[in-house]
Write a protein that binds this ligand. Structure first.
Ligand code: EPS
Length: 382
């Protein structure tokens, strides 16, 4: 449902590399591989991740679309090499092989395995595992980082926090000031959780899960600040800001729900955000709508809450059936994460960045950053 931007990712989890292309960004946006790498490093953090993050130090190669540190309007293509490929060369060879390669035949409940082999007529679940792995989200963050730079240049910021791991909930309600410095506060902490006193309980949840061979999910809050009136539209279903954001966020691996604004929607009189006129501008007495009314941004902070289910690869596996023999057996197990909720909060930020840049370009236009900024300055309303 993006209309100005197009982006694609490719690459298997243990293949040679992840590859990404984004098209539609204006010329003249300053971007560097160091800037993108800083965003990638944030996705690699968080307590509860598996050994893979110790192998990889995700770093991008810019192949095209950028010249002398600035975008030139052509498709931007980038690549992240998988260091772990060195350990998978035979199993992940793109050439036919005479070597004996073990097939994976025990689908993991909750993963793409069972539906995937039936859909594509595979007899080896490895073919499904490789692309359905959340490894692919590294490329989404890398491409999204370029959009983040665009947003930064027009004073729009996206921040996030983890608000639940398992049954440990951070109930802190954040003020506008808290939101504006959220990443500064939570980046480089163990869980990206605002209330640092919950670190011990969250650590215990993950350590206990790991001991049991289990996994655990959680909740994430993402906020965007500095949006003008009117990103998105009420005129058609696919133009609504909420539907565009929904399709991007719910495409993230293991994401099961998204709420925009308040969940407390029993009575209209309590829910809706009353309007006042102060100091020559409209103000709101609350923000239950989470910054979206009628499918459009209304200048208030965009507030998103999402739930990530527990990861489906368990080291004490659940019941499954061998796809070859039809015997009841334990599901396949392999290295994975106990919890990836902190990393997922970074992925959410970057998925949101595609939606916001697309809608900014849709509303204000421009083939160069200079044109875009001129249009934005002249007509954006706050
Ligand atoms: C991931 C890399 C993967 C997993 C995780 C995400 O590495 P590996 O499979 O080599 O251990 O840690 O993938 C999953 C959670 C999944 O369900 O596939 C990454 O780079 O984020």
């Amino acid at each position: 449902m993006l209309t100005k931007l197009k982006f694609l990712t490719a690459g298997e989890s243990h293949g040679k590399a992840l590859v990404g292309i984004i098209q539609g960004l204006p010329a003249g946006l300053e971007i560097s591989k160091e800037y993108i790498n800083n965003h990638l490093a944030r996705r690699q953090l968080g307590y509860g991740r598996g050994a893979r993050m110790k192998i990889e130090s995700d770093s991008v190669k810019i192949i095209s679309g950028v010249r002398l540190g600035k975008t030139i309007g052509s498709p931007i293509s980038i690549m992240i090499e998988n260091k772990d490929y060195q350990n998978w060369k035979d199993r992940m060879s793109t050439e036919p092989s005479n070597k004996e390669i073990n097939k994976i035949t025990l689908p993991r409940p909750g993963h793409a395995d069972l539906a995937g082999i039936n859909k594509y007529d595979f007899d080896d679940i490895r073919n499904v595992i490789e692309r359905s792995s959340a490894r692919e989200t590294a490329m989404r963050v890398a491409l999204g980082a370029i959009c983040m730079k665009f947003l930064e240049d027009v004073n729009i910021s996206i921040q996030s926090r983890v608000s639940r791991i398992g049954d440990v909930v951070d109930k802190t309600l954040l003020s506008l000031k808290d939101y504006s410095k959220l990443n500064q506060k939570v980046d480089n902490t163990k869980f990206r959780c605002f209330d640092l006193s919950l670190d011990k309980n969250m650590t215990d949840v993950i350590d206990n899960c790991k001991k049991r061979g289990d996994t655990v999910g959680g909740d994430i809050e993402v906020v965007a600040l500095g949006l003008p009136y009117g990103l998105g539209s009420y005129i058609q279903w696919d133009k609504k800001l909420n539907s565009i954001i929904g399709s991007l966020i719910l495409s993230i691996n293991a994401f099961k729900s998204l709420t925009i604004g308040s969940k407390n929607n029993l009575f209209g009189s309590q829910y809706h955000d009353e309007i006042s006129w102060e100091e020559n501008e409209y103000k709101r007495l609350s923000n239950s709508a989470g910054g979206i009314e009628g499918g459009m941004s209304n200048t208030l902070p965009l507030l998103l809450n999402m739930t990530m289910k527990p990861i489906s690869t368990l080291s004490s596996p659940l019941q499954s059936v061998d796809i070859k023999t039809k015997e009841t057996k334990s599901a396949h197990k392999e290295r994975s994460d106990t919890c990836a909720v902190p990393a997922a909060s970074i992925i959410c930020e970057h998925m949101l960045s595609f939606a916001l840049v697309d809608l900014l370009l849709d509303k204000f236009g421009g083939d160069s950053m200079k044109q875009f900024k001129t249009h934005y300055k002249a007509s954006a309303k706050f």
